[in-house]
Design a protein. Structure first.
Lengths: 238, 140
């Protein structure tokens, strides 16, 4: 009897260990998600939900997303996935609340940051919108229309002022924000840099130098002059 | 940079902690915009901070208990005949403890085994010391 109990205990531990390790491995190998047994799905549930939430039926998407949030409630991305599922099931108010909750959990979730950018800009809060835009630049994801979002914020004097204020606080996102790219080289950007400089921001010399060279190469002398003015007070990165 | 935000996470979940292995998820919510980049901080690079976030006061108390045991055992070993292996074990544990300020050596399987070996080197001397004092009391 004791022997049988011992063997059962060892077998149970082995099953749990295999299930948990398969689940962890699915973090690096997404293909494994499908073979992780249901009760052990945690990281695997995230992979499955990401796939199902947009392509599955609304009911299945909701069920999968709810399971994910129940099992791993902390990550912001999981609340965003549940918000998408809610939206697909017609609950726009619930979806909006979930997105706002997701946006309060850090700066990395691009879905939540984009949503909060839109909400803040629509509500006339450019300061909040500029912080969300900075968060999106920090991740610099290909699928996020960063140029378009930046243009929208910098289109108004209030938006430029808010972005200039945000630029006063140093951050790693600034390197991406100030890197020359065809989609982000408006005159408004140069004006924002000049305004940030006047407000006391100390921007990275290398980034500003590249920007100045870009404007010079395009023969945009006004923008070049604005950026060159900020270079006088720039700071050298460590 | 990680430590500054990690200290805030500690205060948020003190004294119970957020749960073992939750640092990765918990920390993302408390990161400053200033420090956010495309790279994620999967570890606090200070095991004491990470334990405080994950296991709270209980985890730190456990670490303190291990440290106390190691110091007392090493002290007892000084007078023992097998002091050098025991002190060697203590030196390994001390090094691991100091490296944990900047990194997370005990979250590496190989280092965990080495720490186990160090405890084994230290433990017999400590237990012999206890037994010897017990014998002395019995003789009286």
């Amino acid at each position: 009897m004791i022997r049988a109990l011992w063997i059962t205990l060892m077998a149970s531990i082995a099953v749990c260990a295999v299930g948990a390790e398969l689940d962890r491995a699915s973090r690096r190998e997404p293909a494994l998600s499908a073979v992780v047994p249901g009760p052990f799905r945690s990281f695997a549930q995230e992979r499955l939900t990401t796939t199902v939430v947009r392509s599955g039926t609304p009911a299945v998407a909701m069920d999968t997303a709810r399971t994910l949030v129940r099992r791993r409630p902390l990550p912001s991305e999981h609340l965003s996935l549940l918000a998408i599922a809610e939206e697909r099931n017609g609950d726009r108010a619930g979806s909006g609340l979930l997105i706002q909750a997701a946006a309060r959990r850090g700066w990395r979730d691009s879905i939540a940051q984009q949503a909060m950018f839109d909400i803040a800009l629509g509500a006339g809060d450019p300061a909040e919108a500029s912080r969300r835009l900075a968060a999106l630049w920090s991740q610099n994801e290909d699928q996020v229309p960063l140029g378009d979002l930046t243009t929208r914020l910098l289109a108004t004097p209030q938006g430029r002022k808010a972005m200039a204020e945000t630029l006063k606080t140093p951050g790693r996102w600034q390197k991406a924000f100030l890197s020359p790219s065809s989609e982000n080289m408006s005159k408004e950007l140069a004006e924002t840099i000049a305004e940030a400089d006047r407000a006391g921001a100390r921007l990275d010399c290398t980034s500003l130098g590249r920007l100045g060279q870009f404007y010079a190469g395009q023969k945009r002398t006004d923008e070049e002059a604005l950026v060159t003015g900020a270079i006088k007070n720039c700071t050298k990165a460590d | 940079m990680i430590w500054e935000d990690a200290r805030y996470s500690v205060s948020r979940y003190w004294p119970v902690g957020a749960g073992m292995a939750t640092f990765d998820e918990v920390f993302q919510a408390d990161e400053s915009l200033e420090y956010v980049s495309q790279r994620r901080a999967g570890r606090a690079h200070n095991d004491y901070l990470e334990i405080a976030i994950e296991a709270g006061a209980f985890g730190l108390a456990l670490v303190a208990a291990w440290a106390l045991w190691a110091f007392v055992s090493a002290w007892q070993a000084i007078a023992a005949p097998q002091r050098w292996p025991a002190l060697g074990g203590f030196a390994i544990l001390l090094t691991i403890g100091l490296q944990s300020v900047l990194d997370y050596p005990l979250r590496n399987q190989t280092m965990l085994c080495l720490a186990g070996l160090a405890v084994l080197l230290l433990a017999p001397v400590a237990s012999r010391g206890t037994r010897r004092s017990g014998d002395a009391e019995n003789m009286q």
